[in-house]
Design a binder for this molecule. Structure first.
Ligand code: GAR
Length: 232
């Protein structure tokens, strides 16, 4: 059994917690085995909803294995819970409400400018429920990471958990990947497989997938950053 404890958030491969999950590539449990950045990374995070992945990233930086600091959160929705988490965690949060902007590119330009002002190295879409455009993808090419609640390329788009239940698959999971111009596609960094259990409903399956997201996303960010630093 492998276990990480990230404060209030614990993820594990222990089958007793509702089904074993398997992660590729395996994050070394020894912190020394993680890719080392040349200097502590400055992370920017984008969130639209609950913000649990945002908090998992912050915890992985603070006393966890991720050699980085979350320096800026951007949210597009004034009512999202991620904002409250940022306040509690003492992280700068900028609201860029998409309803006040005419086109997607305007929002992405504002996001990229905000992160540039904060000298962000790597950007993480942690539950960002807006389609991003080449404006943002180009500004953070090869260092824009997304987390999605399915084993891509299956079940892209909205409600991936519902899609998996409707399809009757017995294994689903989550994927952290680099963002390219096709929605929920791009080079895969890390995946975790999660079994669908008999009796699972949307909430129970989503919760088990999210526990794995909290595990794989910090490691995916470390991998993406190392690849980006080592670019030719
Ligand atoms: C996560 O499950 C993430 O995979 C999903 O939104 C949730 C956000 O949760 N993202 C997508 O579906 C993107 N296509 P959180 O706000 O608690 O981190």
């Amino acid at each position: 059994m492998e276990r990480w404890d990230m404060g209030a958030m614990t993820a594990s491969t222990d089958a007793s917690e509702g089904g074993a999950a398997i992660q590729w590539p395996m994050a070394p449990s020894d912190t020394d085995g993680w890719p080392r950045a040349q200097r502590p990374l400055r992370l920017g995070v984008m969130a639209s909803g609950q913000g649990s992945n945002f908090e998992a990233l912050v915890r992985a930086c603070r006393g966890g294995p991720l050699q980085a600091e979350v320096v800026q959160l951007v949210v597009n929705n004034p009512a999202c819970r991620a904002r409250e988490r940022a306040e509690r965690l003492g992280i700068a949060c900028r609201l860029l409400d998409h309803r006040e902007l005419r086109v997607r590119e305007e929002l992405d330009h504002a996001v990229a400018t905000c992160f540039a002002e904060r000298a962000v190295d790597v950007v993480v879409m942690a539950g960002w429920m807006r389609i991003v455009t080449p404006v943002l993808i180009g500004a953070y090419a090869s260092r824009l990471v997304n987390i999605h609640p399915s084993l891509l390329p299956s079940f892209r788009g909205l409600d991936a958990v519902g899609q998996a239940l409707a399809a009757g698959v017995t294994i689903t999971g989550c994927t952290a990947h680099l963002v390219e111009e096709v929605v929920d596609a791009g080079p895969i960094l890390v995946q975790a497989a999660v079994p669908v259990l008999s009796g699972d409903d949307h909430a129970s399956l989503a919760a088990r997938i999210q526990a794995q997201e909290h595990r794989i996303l910090p490691y995916a960010v470390a991998l993406a950053a190392a690849r980006w630093e080592q670019r030719p």
